[in-house]
Write a protein that binds this ligand. Structure first.
Ligand SMILES: CC(C)(COP(=O)(O)OP(=O)(O)OC[C@H]1O[C@@H](n2cnc3c(N)ncnc32)[C@H](O)[C@@H]1OP(=O)(O)O)[C@@H](O)C(=O)NCCC(=O)NCCS
Length: 187
């Protein structure tokens, strides 16, 4: 699954407070700072990073995906603080169905300031404009109220609960499904 013939890498997306750009190995320390936080990994399928080696391994897989022209996350740079504070991106792109799924994680220090809705809006815009998506989906476990709020704030609609849809870290989880359609999206 390629982004398109012209994009060897993700383009830079700029918002008021954030810059979304491709990640590289120099981002390891910034990423480790929050990927080593159990509160950040709690609702994600990935496990907490034990050392910066785990983070470098993750970054290598991301860079490999960029090099293979596959979808991978943007790094979210806080413009004022000049550091990577999270990731956001589209995955599970079904090209013939023109849909993909949004995913994200943010350093705990930056929670509650509306940064992720800001990043997600720009990624959704990219999905509708550049990837020609018709539907952007998002899922979160039912206990992840913060993630559900992000999706509600950007205008995604709650569609229902997928029972025991996710198996992660040894347990099954009920999952809330959200989506936004191109016809509903307002720039
Ligand atoms: C989900 C997440 C990205 C939200 O990002 P954010 O930039 O803080 O989003 P917002 O500022 O819009 O806040 C969203 C909600 O988070 C909750 N929240 C805010 N500050 C919080 C804090 N300090 N601690 C816990 N939750 C908080 C509130 O419910 C808030 O909703 P409200 O604005 O209606 O009160 C972030 O909490 C996170 O990275 N969580 C861990 C990773 C994760 O869950 N990823 C998604 C997997 S589906």
């Amino acid at each position: 699954m390629t982004i398109n013939n012209k994009s060897s890498n993700l383009p830079i997306l700029e918002t008021e407070r954030l810059l979304l750009r491709s990640l590289n190995l120099n981002d390891a320390e910034d990423l480790f700072e929050y990927a080593s936080d159990p509160e950040v990994s709690k609702y994600n399928t990935w496990t907490v990073h034990q050392s910066v080696t785990d983070t470098k391994r993750f970054l290598n897989t991301v860079v490999e995906r960029y090099q293979n022209y596959e979808l991978a996350d943007w790094g979210i740079v806080h413009k004022a603080d000049k550091k990577v504070i999270g990731t956001c991106g589209l995955a599970n792109w079904v090209q013939d169905q023109r849909r993909a799924e949004i995913g994200y994680a943010l350093s705990r220090k930056y929670w509650g300031k509306g940064y992720m809705p800001e990043a997600v809006r720009s990624v959704i815009a990219f999905g509708f404009r550049m990837m020609k998506l018709n539907r952007v989906e998002g899922r979160c476990t039912i206990s992840n109220t913060a993630s559900a709020r992000v999706m509600e704030k950007v205008g995604m609609k709650f569609e229902g609960v997928l029972r025991q849809h996710l198996f992660a870290k040894g347990s099954f989880y009920d999952v809330k499904m959200y989506s936004i359609l191109k016809e509903e999206w307002l720039d």
